[in-house]
Design a protein around this ligand. Structure first.
Ligand code: LMR
Length: 334
């Protein structure tokens, strides 16, 4: 089924020039893997609204949330083949496209606040990363923020020792893999759509999810403990197939660019409040105990995890890391 739709997509891409010439609306299939009621889900819907209104129906955006069409890895292939036109994968999932530099955003404790993330994503460093994608036939249209990730499991996690020996589900990034190994945990790469079941059946013991994903996927219902370690950031790049994008009529492309710029502003405005809302909802459910590590416990996590920055230097290079350190005034020990 999936293969058939990939082939159909590839044919659609070849024929796209003809399609634009006809009167039928240009269809943008926007696939993503999380719920509609998340920062990414809401921003995708907002983009759809703006794009359809402003192009006066010349463009139709079909948003497919919850991995309805594809899981993490498959959606990347689908984009390259033209079976879908738009995605917003997390920055931890760009390695298979050959742009491993995006994994720098996965580094533990690299950012202490949304302000620091903002400076990096929406400044010259972000622009440099966009350019890297273009060489892979992909165009990036915006960075969307989500929030800080926390450890969850069925046993309390207060110190790095508590993570030792746990099987933790991670996204496909090599930086995240090393992060878990540094703690003595056993990383398990898994598509987001499989996390709930894997936790429920004990295939994995824990996660490092950010609150809106932990809440909307219902993973919190099968995790007794959440520890607000805030050890890493989850963000996205909205991407399109470059051949599709370059083949759009120029006026449509510029209207869509503006719609995406506005949707990105919206995405980044709502991210923190959506994350806080999800955390409050998890708390109110009474199903998961939420623990805030003490300053000493947080310092112990930093001490165990910050060495990953230098260990994984081959993924992104020392110059990019130095640029981010400078932009955020990073201090290894706090
Ligand atoms: C995850 O796989 O945990 C996240 O990347 C899901 C998402 O897209 O927010």
């Amino acid at each position: 089924m999936q293969r058939r739709s990939l082939i159909a997509g590839a044919i659609a891409l070849v024929l796209s020039g003809l399609a634009f010439a006809a009167d039928a609306p240009i269809v943008i299939k926007f696939s993503h893997v999380v719920a509609q009621d998340t920062p990414k889900g809401k921003a995708a819907e907002y983009f759809k609204k703006l794009a359809e209104e402003r192009t006066k129906g010349r463009v139709k955006v079909e948003v497919y949330p919850n991995s309805q069409l594809y899981k993490d890895k498959e959606e990347m292939e689908a984009l390259q083949l033209g079976a879908v036109q738009m995605l917003a994968p997390s920055l931890a999932k760009f390695g298979p496209l050959g742009v491993k530099e995006f994994e720098i955003f996965d580094l533990p404790y690299l950012f202490d606040s949304y302000e620091e993330v903002n400076k990096v994503m929406h400044g010259p460093i972000g622009a440099k990363l966009y350019a890297k994608l273009e060489t892979k036939g992909i165009k990036a249209l915006g960075f969307w923020e989500n929030g800080f990730k926390n450890f969850s499991s069925n046993k309390p996690i207060r110190t790095p020792e508590d993570v030792k020996g746990l099987k933790i589900r991670i996204q496909s990034s090599k930086v995240l893999d090393e992060e878990m190994r540094s703690l003595g945990a056993l990383p398990q790469v898994m598509a987001f759509s499989e996390v709930y079941q894997a936790l429920q059946t004990g295939v994995v013991d824990g996660t490092e999810l950010e609150p809106s994903n932990l809440y909307t996927s219902k993973a919190f219902e099968v995790q007794k403990h959440l520890s607000l370690t805030g050890h890493g950031f989850l963000g996205y790049a909205v991407i399109v197939n470059k051949q599709f994008w370059d083949g759009l009529p120029a006026d449509v492309r510029s209207t869509l660019t503006q719609a995406m710029n506005d949707a990105s502003v919206y995405a980044n405005q709502i991210a923190k409040q959506e994350t806080d809302k999800a955390l409050a909802a998890i708390k109110a459910s009474g199903k998961t105990t939420i623990y805030t590590p003490t300053p000493a416990e947080r310092a112990a996590f930093r001490k165990a995890l910050v060495p990953v920055h230098t260990k994984m230097i081959d993924r992104y290079g020392k110059d990019l890391l130095a640029e981010i350190y400078k932009e955020t005034d990073f201090k290894p020990v706090q």
